[in-house]
Design a protein around this ligand. Structure first.
Ligand code: BGC
Length: 358
């Protein structure tokens, strides 16, 4: 048994070193190690920042970077990743559109001994994922749930309150984790009747917004308002998983003409601290967001890439199971942001200038 274990360790180490050998290969033209960075879309602020910071960090460390955005189209991302593999990338950093749709490409990367770093979103159902750099996704949802709990005084027995819920894109593993974190806090209040979901729509599949689209979220909120709140029923809170969905919710509340900030505007949660959302927070149309400092995530990817290049095991602080393997992962820290602390969290930290939030 002991010998078998030792043999397994030797094999694993050997496989690891072999994959490093591949990574040490340099681009023929530039002589630099080339990193393929596949990003989902430029339509949301955060992915532009992610791409920009990653490119900056990696290039400053001497790597060549092939950064590509896929317009939220899975087929485009597939083609881009195939191109990165045949184009001689030594490492792949992938923020997937659909975490389960890249199996063939990940298999090819593995065959070519190219390490794959899943970026922000877990790559599912594959044993070709070397590492995962992300934020604590469950904690994001928990923070949103706890914000609602505290803002409404639910722990003190206050209520009942009326709530509607939204979740993120069903093809993104993060969306499930955000929802799980929030519902683990809120479910007991739903069960006790202190939180009343007037529409009755609480299951993930019904409340999920494909591709995190603002327009889809807005259409669903329009629909909920027309069907369940047009008679004057009070709406106290809307759980939104992120900022692109929160904008859709705020647009629908605005367009209905039935909600006024400071009077009956509901609590609306969010995530990402995108600039339009921070402006909404300042204007009272969103209650909170979660700051995921993409500069930290870019630095983490650099640290992982360097470790891989040096043949070391990257330092990790978490593990995520992708239905195939436990992926060694690094959770970066998340921060709560609202109207009271946004200057400290976002401006003093140099993430935004004051002008960007005016
Ligand atoms: C990210 C969120 C982002 C969402 C939509 C998720 O995978 O973790 O930060 O808001 O995608 O782009």
């Amino acid at each position: 048994m002991k010998i078998a274990k030792k043999l397994l360790v030797v094999l694993v180490v050997f496989a690891f070193i072999a994959s490093m050998f591949a990574m040490a290969g340099c681009d023929a033209k530039s002589g630099k190690v080339k990193i393929g960075v596949a990003m989902p879309t430029q339509s949301l602020q955060r992915w532009n920042q992610d791409g920009e910071y990653l490119k900056k960090e990696l290039e400053a460390a001497g790597y060549e970077v092939d950064l590509q955005y896929a317009n939220n189209e899975v087929a485009t991302q597939v083609t881009q990743i195939e191109g990165m593999i045949t184009g001689g990338c030594d490492v792949l950093v992938i923020a997937s559109i659909d975490g389960s749709s890249l199996g063939t490409q990940l298999d090819s990367a593995k065959k070519e001994k190219i390490p794959v770093i899943a970026y922000d979103r877990l790559l599912m159902n594959s044993d070709a994922v070397t590492c995962y750099a992300t934020f604590d996704n469950y904690a994001v949802g928990k923070m949103q749930g706890e914000f609602i709990e505290s803002a409404l005084g639910l722990k003190d027995g206050k209520g009942p309150f009326n709530m509607e819920m939204f979740a993120g894109s069903p093809d993104d593993n993060n969306a499930t984790l955000f929802f799980q974190g929030a519902i683990d806090v809120l479910q007991k209040y739903i069960d006790s009747g202190k939180l009343n979901v007037v529409s009755g729509q609480t299951d993930f599949a019904t409340i999920a917004i494909m591709s995190w689209k603002t327009e889809t979220a807005q259409a669903r909120m329009d629909d909920l308002l027309t069907k369940y709140y047009a008679d004057g029923t009070k709406l106290d809170v809307v759980l939104s998983p992120n900022d692109s969905v929160a904008i859709g919710i705020a647009n629908a509340l605005d367009n209905s003409g039935d909600f006024t900030v400071g009077t009956n505007w509901p609590i609306v949660t969010g995530q990402d601290c995108d600039t339009p959302n921070m402006k909404n927070i300042i204007a009272g149309k969103q209650s909170m967001s979660i700051f995921k400092d993409t500069r930290t995530l870019a630095k983490e990817v650099l640290t992982i890439t360097k470790a891989l290049g040096e043949g070391k095991t990257p330092v990790t602080n978490a593990t995520y199971n992708n239905n195939k393997i436990d992926v060694p992962s690094f959770n970066c820290v998340i921060l709560f942001a609202d109207v009271n602390n946004y200057e400290k969290v976002l401006i003093d930290s140099g993430y935004y200038t004051a002008d960007q939030l005016k």
